[in-house]
Ligand binder design. Structure first.
Ligand code: ADP
Ligand code: MG
Length: 465
């Protein structure tokens, strides 16, 4: 068989299988989980499919993959398994419409091939893939983010650089990456000839360090020379990394001098970034600095409504309001909460209710109930053990201060949503492994020593209350 015929065959099988599944699992579940699947190829008894998100992959793997395999094996006895891969930018690249219809047929198979082709063309490009969900039309605008949104749109639509750099900052999960991808999408669609490069600061650093190791900084530099728009996400990551900052500074200046647009994001304003060189800070402050504030109830509700609509499920307004009230930490958690509720209802085949929501999300809701800061924890714990708050940050290792410090780290892990590195930073810039060790140590001590366990429990209750 020619490869074209094989493709067509797989395609035909897939449309039969997905129709059958539609009948079995119902329209809503079909739209959420099966429709987004693309069938890539079949090789050595294994069918390869791709889905746009990891969440979907896990969900399909847990709930549908066995049935998929069965249905496939009925049509083709050589099929023994179905492999699921994640390909976020599958619908991604601009100009698909034309290529899709000029072939003898179009369908899922074809689309994937187009995405593949695109990838090979861009193989030596260090730009990270863009998430197809992160476009302007999927970004819900409200008071806390309207300024950042307007600035991002301006950069995306402008023919000449309106401000340089655009510096977006805000807490975790408030939409910085979403806005950056949206800018990139918009420019790539509007003016595909412009070269847009998006990457995390971490990747920037990694590439740079690799270039140093391979003594190939010339290539590294030339990668950026042809860039029209450079976007670097989470730039706080290079704080304290001097040579990377140096290189970044030069790249930055060279591009600005040539009138190229730069967009940067960070979790803090330029002046609050610790461990950044002065001259870099002043460069970063030169353009437009736009912050994204913590979400309001109205914005959270708006986001939930939009996400529910995208998932194609009916969620009672009561449930959305409840989630918007309860999950206040960040949009990522809000979205995750909604996804879990939806997944649960589809699994057990029942409508979404307030009761079910409370049950499914009890852990998340509890975490959001506690709004303790690390500073409060440090203060309370210091008082309790009668040490100075400054000892929480100091390098002193005497047991009398080290133990309370470990307790505070432990409570910070339990009572806040901060990550281990974030906690480490708040304790005098300690490493995340130190925090991990502290958590383990305190757990061990609680097991062994009941009065210590009571102490910790008491502190926890005071902080939560
Ligand atoms: P950050 O980069 O600031 O940590 P992200 O951009 O990754 O946050 O956003 C986290 C998640 O929340 C993403 O799935 C994103 O689509 C979603 N999100 C954040 N803000 C909004 C918004 N205003 N409208 C719609 N989705 C949003
Ligand atoms: Mg981000």
């Amino acid at each position: 068989m020619t490869s074209d015929r094989v493709e067509r065959e797989i395609d035909a099988q897939w449309s039969e299988i997905s129709e059958q599944l539609r009948a079995e699992i119902g329209e809503a579940a079909f739209q959420s989980w099966i429709k987004p699947i693309s069938v890539r190829e079949q090789e050595a008894g294994s069918v390869k499919i791709t889905v746009p998100t990891r969440f979907m992959r896990d969900w399909i793997a847990a709930h549908y993959v066995d049935r998929l395999t069965e249905l496939w094996a009925v049509r083709d006895a050589s099929v023994a398994s179905v492999d699921i891969n994640v390909q976020p930018d599958r619908y991604a690249q601009p100009a698909p419409e034309k290529t899709l219809t000029d072939g003898s047929y179009s369908g899922p198979q074809r689309r994937v091939n187009d995405a593949d082709k695109e990838k090979t063309v861009r193989r030596d490009d260090i730009s990270a893939p863009l998430d197809a969900r992160f476009m302007f039309d999927k970004f819900v605008v409200g008071k806390p983010n309207e300024f950042a949104y307007a600035a991002a749109r301006r950069v995306a639509e402008a023919e000449i650089v309106p401000f340089n750099p655009l510096f977006l900052y805000g807490g975790v999960g408030l939409g910085k990456t979403h806005l950056m991808h949206a800018i990139a999408w918009h420019i790539r669609q509007l003016t595909p000839q412009r070269n847009v490069m998006y990457l995390s600061a971490e990747k920037f650093m990694y590439q740079f360090v690799r270039a140093l190791r391979e003594q190939n900084t010339v290539d590294f530099k030339s990668q950026f020379r042809s860039v029209d728009v450079l976007m670097i996400d989470d730039v706080q990551f290079i704080s304290g990394k001097e040579s990377t900052q140096e290189e970044f500074f030069h790249t930055f200046n060279a591009l600005v001098d040539q009138g190229r647009q730069i967009v940067i994001s960070a979790d803090k304003s330029p002046s609050d970034l610790e461990g950044m060189e002065e001259r870099l800070i002043s460069r970063l402050n030169c353009g437009l600095v736009a912050d994204i504030h913590a979400t309001t109830y109205e914005l959270r509700l708006g986001i939930l409504q939009s996400k529910a609509e995208q998932l194609g499920v009916d969620v009672p307004p009561k449930v959305l309001e409840f989630l918007a009230h309860k999950i206040t930490s960040n949009v990522r958690e809000l979205e995750g909460g909604l996804n879990r509720v939806v997944a649960h209802s589809q699994l057990i085949g029942r409508d979404i209710s307030l009761e079910a929501t409370q049950e499914v999300l009890h852990d998340l809701l509890r975490a959001n109930d506690r709004r303790v800061t690390i500073e409060e924890i440090q203060k309370r714990v210091s008082q309790h053990f009668n040490i100075r708050v400054s000892d929480m940050h100091s390098a002193r290792r005497a047991r009398s201060v080290a133990r309370p410090r470990q307790v505070a780290m432990y409570l910070a892990k339990q009572l806040t949503s901060r990550s281990l590195p974030e906690i480490g930073r708040k304790f005098g810039g300690r490493d995340h492994t130190t925090v991990m060790h502290a958590v383990k140590k305190v757990d061990e001590l609680r097991e062994r020593d009941s009065s210590f366990a009571e102490d910790v429990e008491l502190l926890r209750r005071m902080l939560e209350g």
